[in-house]
Design a protein around this ligand. Structure first.
Ligand code: SF4
Length: 383
């Protein structure tokens, strides 16, 4: 027996963990950003509308199979913990497509994310057709979101973007990374600050919710202050609904790693990244937006809140960190990077504190740089 199957791409934003992933194109049409390894050895491909619709048909078929199982098992068609367990552990249902749909239904079955890196590069009529097909197949869907590059958004007309919003496109996630032109050039973003502003403003004008991703630390030692200030300026001009922070960690087999190895890029340490975030938040002015820090690479995920009202609270988190002793700051960094800590208040767990302090001493005794190397190695695990 052949099972209904659909494709899934490698990534989605952290906030789309409960979304059904519909792959409308494969990989990234740009694929040149110096820090990014996600699609490095993969060629961009459009998928045909027929192929995508076939995937959606298969998702609908799996949904109906799973609902039948839930009814047979006495859970009235609902996707409960018990049914998710059955799906995950019983052959032949222990397949990634069944698991993906089961988890989506478990989280409410309301949200869909279009993959991969730049979905709006498709013809607008094709995207409209897909959006309508999704809503026809799944009346429970209230929110469809996607990734898009600033330049791609800027190339769409306002009326095209408005028609996408009317057809159900509720939010666009953009990797802005920085608002500083020389840095955007260095990292080969393929977009200028002006492109970011044009694309972002158009999305907002079309009534689509906008989330801009920023990379603290991306400017390294050379551009740190300017990166923070220019990024704040560009965000102030765009007025996105969300700004998401995702701290830089230079990964192997990327052009940025090569620059670093040649001594042409000097990364910031954890604490300089925090100073940069402080400058960025201080520079966001005259806008209402929500700062989100939901990436595991961020040292302080507590830096979250709504501007302007939560500015003091967010800056207060940074003040609290910098008022710690050197030992406490090292212990916190180790605790965070090892996954033991999430908040500054976790430092009050004295048994964990003593363990982490001993680990820090162990690496310090091994010589200069050992502790930082260990911290960096732990960050590699999250990439
Ligand atoms: S546009 Fe996005 S996915 Fe494509 S290379 Fe740049 S960061 Fe990676």
């Amino acid at each position: 027996m052949t099972h209904p199957f659909f494709e899934q791409g490698p990534i989605r934003p952290p906030s789309e963990a409960g979304s059904l992933l519909v792959r409308v194109s494969r990989n990234c049409p740009w694929n040149k950003c110096a820090f990014c390894h996600t699609y490095k050895n993969s060629k961009f491909e459009f998928r045909s509308v027929e192929e995508i619709k076939k995937d959606i048909d298969n998702m609908a078929e799996i949904t109906s199979i799973l609902k039948d199982i839930s009814i047979r098992e006495g859970d009235q068609g609902r996707m409960t913990d018990r049914i998710v367990n059955i799906v995950s552990n019983r052959h032949p249902l222990d397949h990634e497509c069944y698991r993906a749909v089961a988890l989506w239904l478990y989280y409410g079955g309301e949200s869909v994310f279009l993959q991969d890196a730049d979905s709006l590069v498709m013809k607008t009529d094709d995207i409209l057709s897909i959006l309508r097909y999704i809503r026809g197949a799944f009346p429970s869907v209230t929110r469809i979101t996607t990734y898009c590059r600033s330049r791609t958004a800027a190339r769409k007309s306002l009326s095209e973007l408005q028609s996408l919003r009317v057809a159900g496109l509720a939010r666009i996630h953009i990797g802005m990374e920085s608002g500083l032109d020389p840095l955007l050039k260095l990292i080969r973003k393929g977009a200028t600050a002006a492109d970011h502003i044009e694309g972002g403003q158009k999305i907002k004008a079309a009534g689509i919710s906008l989330c801009e991703y920023v990379i603290p630390g991306l400017g390294g030692k050379s551009y740190s202050g300017e990166h923070a200030r220019e990024t704040a300026r560009v965000i102030n001009a765009i007025r996105p609904d969300f700004v998401r922070l995702r701290t830089l960690h230079v990964v192997n087999e990327t052009p940025l790693m090569e620059l670093m190895q040649k001594g042409e890029f000097s990364p910031l340490g954890d604490e300089d990244v925090l100073r940069e975030i402080r400058e960025l938040i201080s520079g966001l002015d005259g806008i209402e937006t929500t700062i989100v820090s939901d990436h595991v690479l961020n040292l302080l995920e507590e830096i979250e809140g709504r501007l302007p009202q939560d500015r003091k609270k967010m800056l207060g988190v940074l003040e609290r960190y910098f008022s710690l002793s050197e030992e406490q700051r090292i212990v916190f960094r180790l605790g965070r990077r090892s996954g033991m800590y999430r908040k500054l208040s976790d430092l009050s767990d004295m048994s964990a504190y003593e363990n982490l302090k001993n680990i820090a001493h162990h690496y310090e005794k091994m010589g200069k740089g050992s502790l930082e190397k260990h911290l960096s190695a732990m960050m590699n695990r999250y990439i």
